[in-house]
Design a protein. Structure first.
Lengths: 426, 289, 274
């Protein structure tokens, strides 16, 4: 008898599993691992939990490398006809994704009042990049801003107040002068400040331009202002830090080594992403602080990082499933957990109101600096043909920083190239 | 010869030839065709545009820069890696102390993946605390940002390529040297010939076929090695280290400009074809196999 | 006397130069070993008393699915090498033992690939792969390399040098064409096979750009691409982990070379690769 029940039970189970299988909607989900090991575990955990809550959906995260690698993969796959259903990609690639007809607006799925409340719940600064032509194309997920990290010990040694970061550009210069140390031979052993310029210098530069009260491109993404006098002025400030004042390493500074430079005490202040907080916190052997970027004419920083996109070539069922996942991921508790474990900025005010994040922020104030900076933040530079336009700006910035062009000539050249590229989008 | 044997021969050739055609000849021709077509966009299918892609190539300063960089890269890596390979082989082939260790040291770069060692070289070049800096600082040399300065970035990249290649080429020279009878050297020694004389008059001509084989490989590699650029500089600063294949990768897989990517590919193919012709008609006559 | 003196002086200069170069050449490996076995604060400081640790290997191993990458790479190089050996042996044999129409033209067509490696044609080959539905598969990474002009060329040279008498003897014994290939040609070309296998394996173990383009996921990603994904610098470089991962990645080839270096060199020597 026992045997019979077991058999029937097994048969039943098999049937159930088979049925479940028949209805499962697969959601391949590209994710850029920008932060290394622990992140993949967290995302895997999220996917597993979500799949458990929604037995008819199977979200499968695929780790595709850096943001650059991931957009390359996603678009190449789209062109080949087999795109992922969803992907986290740089918010700046929105124009490109629309131009390639690769994604669908999120509004398509926002139907209930609950959905609308959810979409309205994000920080406006984070939504900006995803909203084009009256539609919302991307859900903020892995977002950051640029912040300044400073070494409190170095400040003490230089006779500065270790609890105060520079508040203005001129203060940053003068503090850097005190922080720059030289050995007997006149060789610099510690620089005052460092703003990395390899890979994507435009992003950090956008901190300077925003502070100088200028926006690099229009909302329609077809007109840039690289040769605006205020842009040139901002670049001049950056170039002068090393050329005139000698408080910043010369030439192009590698983004990847910047946190390490800071931890090795080769530089007293660095500009980098909030996403580096956890890394620096666990590896720096000294007391350090995190501050908003200093102000020029005003405060400012670009937002950065990734949005969640849903791809057009997926089936409606897959798209709905992806939307469900996006909504699930950005619920306040999860957004809070994500922020705590990675250092990225939790994307909605509601997340910052959760007990977990409140506790974390009060125990560790640097964690909320990026959020406080959001009121001054602008959308990251994004245009049509974004990769090329951005490259034009990057090349110009690197040319000026390496001294092969003056800031003015570099920005004029970049603007000319951008105009040429954007001609067909006007 | 009978028809059966012919059929048999074709059958044996078929798999290899079919694959070669599918992944070498067909794409080479398709690239040529594509280079006269516009890049397809969602609402604009690909159309014939004549020489437009080539015209934009001529207008593209980054293309010229990449070409120039690549020529310098080739001109530096080829003689350096081949020369060092020969020196290494001569040393290791002699009666030098610890030559097993030497041979191993020279050969290790070949088995280390470029993508990984490029990260290590990145450390060597890092300003302030990188290895070069620490060694240089010991001798009182000034600090230098090797990869962040337009005047030294390409040279730094080149050094990595030479380091990677020389040991591999050494193996070929070593094999050739071991095939040369030791009695030749003894005979030369008896006649009182100096080392340099022996090398120039005896060894060098005997090694000629190997040199040519290695040279051709070095030329191909000079247009094929980009892994370290991807990791170390991404073509920067301001395109100072952009090589043709890297530029092609960017245009093809970052800008998705297929038509233009095809035009660049055609230039690369043309360059390699020219090398092949030179090898066939000039060098082959000098080398007696 | 003075002659001998200058010779030994030259010998010393030679020895010193050779060793300096060797140190320079092995330096990245030494650095990798140093950094991988020490805590990360010692990745830029070289003090004798730094504590040893295996933690970096543990972290690296956990941070990425290296076991899967190892499996992928091993399968990939095996797949490529086996196909190359079989396909190219057959092709080379046809070129040596048979007379047929268009032989020279076909051989010239083969030689084209010596110059134009599939790497350069990655845009078109990507299109082909996506038409065949082979994107993100090991088969797709390997397929363009299955037929190697280099192998065909090498084997043809070797087969040509095999004495006619041996072949005639086998024919007298009534061996078929395939039996002759298997019993006479292949055994005699063994050193060439070994030499070619070394070149092929070390090339494909370390190949990067094409696998980067055709793979999307962990299921097909080989070690090199996995390493790049893992070392992406968005978050800053952690050399301790990267060097540990590098050593993991390169260990099989490095060990194989250390164990078999004499055989490798001898294979090259006997293969008479020119």
């Amino acid at each position: 008898m026992k045997f019979h029940i077991a058999t029937i039970g097994a048969a039943l189970a098999v049937t159930l599993v088979a049925q479940a299988n028949a209805q499962v909607t697969e959601v391949p989900f590209y994710f850029p691992v920008a932060v290394g090991g622990p992140i993949t575990k967290l995302i895997d955990q999220f996917a597993t939990d979500f799949n458990k809550d929604n037995p008819t959906i199977k979200v499968a995260p695929i780790y595709a490398g850096s943001y650059q690698d991931t957009i390359v993969k996603a678009l190449t796959a789209h062109k080949a006809g087999t795109p992922p259903v969803a992907s986290v990609l740089l918010s700046t690639d929105t124009f490109t994704l629309i131009d390639e007809d690769a994604i669908v607006p999120i509004d398509t799925f926002v139907k209930s009042a609950d959905d609308k409340a959810w979409l309205g719940g994000f920080y406006k600064a984070f939504l900006q990049n995803g909203q084009i032509g009256g539609k919302t194309w991307g859900v903020p997920f892995q977002r950051s801003t640029v912040v300044l990290y400073w070494n409190k010990e170095a400040f003490k040694e230089a006779g500065l107040d270790p609890s105060k970061a520079p508040q203005t550009w001129s203060e940053m210069t003068s503090m850097s002068q005190k922080l720059t140390k030289k050995d007997a031979a006149g060789k610099v052993t510690q620089y005052g400040v460092q703003i990395p310029s390899s890979g994507f210098p435009y992003w950090l530069f956008q901190g300077l331009t925003t502070e100088n009260d200028v926006i690099l491109a229009n909302d329609a993404g077809n007109q840039t202002r690289f040769d605006d006098p205020k842009v040139i002025e901002a670049l001049q400030y950056w170039v002068d830090l090393s050329k005139k004042h000698g408080v910043h390493p010369s030439g192009v500074v590698e983004w990847g080594t910047t946190p390490k430079d800071f931890m090795e005490k080769k530089v007293a202040m660095i500009w980098t992403t909030t996403g580096n907080l956890t890394n620096i916190r666990s590896n720096a052997k000294f007391d350090f602080g995190v501050a908003m970027l200093p102000q020029g004419k005003k405060r400012g920083s670009p937002t950065g990082g990734g949005n969640f996109f849903i791809f057009k070539k997926a089936t409606p069922a897959q798209q709905e499933a992806a939307f469900k996942f996006a909504k699930w991921l950005t619920q306040p508790e999860r957004a809070a957990q994500w922020g705590i474990e990675t250092g990225y900025v939790a994307v909605s005010p509601a997340a910052w109101d959760t007990p977990a994040l409140k506790k974390y922020a009060s125990e560790y104030p640097p964690a909320s600096v990026a959020r406080d900076q959001l009121q001054y933040a602008v959308a990251e530079l994004s245009t049509h043909d974004n990769q090329r336009v951005t490259k034009a700006l990057n090349d110009g910035l690197q040319a000026a920083l390496t001294g092969s062009k003056t800031p003015e000539a570099a920005m004029k050249d970049a603007q000319r190239e951008a105009e040429r590229l954007l001609r067909s989008y006007k | 010869m009978n028809a059966g044997r012919q059929a048999h021969a074709y059958l044996m050739l078929l798999p290899a030839l079919a694959l070669l055609v599918a992944f070498t000849h067909y794409p080479a021709v398709a690239t040529l065709v594509d280079s006269f077509m516009s890049t397809p966009k969602p609402n604009r299918p690909s159309v014939f545009v004549g020489l437009e892609n080539y015209a934009s190539m001529i207008d593209d300063p980054i293309f010229w820069q990449a070409l120039r960089n690549n020529l310098w890269f080739a001109l530096a890596t080829i003689p350096l890696s081949v020369g060092l390979a020969l020196a290494m082989a001569l040393w290791v082939n002699g009666k030098m102390m610890g030559r097993g260790l030497l041979r191993m040291a020279y050969f290790t770069p070949t088995v280390l993946p470029m993508i990984a060692v490029a990260n290590i070289w990145l450390f060597f070049y890092t300003p302030s605390y990188g290895l070069l800096e620490q060694v240089g600082g010991f001798f009182g040399l000034p600090s230098h940002n090797w990869l962040g300065d337009k005047s030294t970035a390409l040279a730094s990249i080149t050094a990595v390529a030479v380091w990677k290649e020389a040991g591999f080429f050494m193996i070929f020279y070593l094999a050739a040297l071991q095939g040369i009878s030791p009695s030749l050297r003894e005979a030369a020694a008896i006649e009182g010939a100096g080392r340099w004389f022996f090398f120039r008059r005896v060894l060098w001509p005997l090694l000629m076929p190997t040199t040519i084989f290695v040279l051709v490989n070095a030329v191909i590699n000079a247009f094929r090695m980009v892994d370290h650029v991807v990791v170390m500089t991404r073509g920067g600063p301001d395109n100072a280290t952009s090589l043709l294949l890297y530029h092609l990768y960017e245009v093809g897989f970052k800008f998705w400009d297929q038509g233009y990517a095809a035009a660049i590919t055609v230039v690369l193919l043309g360059t390699l074809a020219a090398v092949a012709l030179v090898q066939f008609f000039v060098l082959d006559k000098k080398a007696h196999y | 006397m003075s002659q001998a003196g200058s010779q030994s002086a030259a010998g010393i200069v030679d020895t010193v130069a050779a060793w300096l170069l060797a140190i320079l050449w092995i330096l990245p490996l030494l650095y990798a070993v140093w950094t991988a076995f020490h805590p990360s604060e010692y990745s830029a400081k070289f003090t004798l008393l730094a504590p040893l640790t295996l933690e970096n290997f543990e972290r690296a191993w956990q941070a990425a699915p290296f076991a899967r990458y190892f499996l992928n790479t091993t399968l990939l190089v095996t797949l490529i090498l086996c196909s190359q050996l079989v396909l190219c042996t057959l092709a080379a044999y046809a070129f040596v033992r048979y007379e047929f129409r268009g032989k020279n033209v076909l051989f010239a067509l083969v030689l084209v690939q010596l110059m134009i490696m599939p790497d350069i044609l990655l845009v078109e080959n990507y299109k082909t792969m996506s038409k065949l539905g082979l994107i993100d598969t090991l088969f797709g990474i390997g397929l363009p390399y299955f037929a190697s002009a280099f192998a065909i060329f090498l084997l043809r040279q070797t087969f040509k040098s095999i004495p006619k008498e041996l072949v005639e003897a086998a024919t007298m014994e009534g061996a078929s064409s395939m039996q002759i290939l298997w019993r006479v040609y292949v055994p005699l070309a063994k050193p060439v096979y070994v030499a070619f296998a070394l070149v092929s394996v070390s090339y494909h173990w370390n190949n990067f750009l094409w696998p980067l383009v055709v793979t999307n996921s962990v299921n097909s990603r080989p070690l090199t691409v996995g390493l790049q994904v893992f070392a992406s610098t968005d978050q800053g470089i952690d050399w301790s982990i990267i060097t540990a991962a590098t050593l993991l990645t390169a260990a099989p080839l490095l060990l194989a070379f250390l164990l078999f270096q004499r055989q490798f060199v001898q294979s090259f020597m006997r293969a008479g690769i020119k």
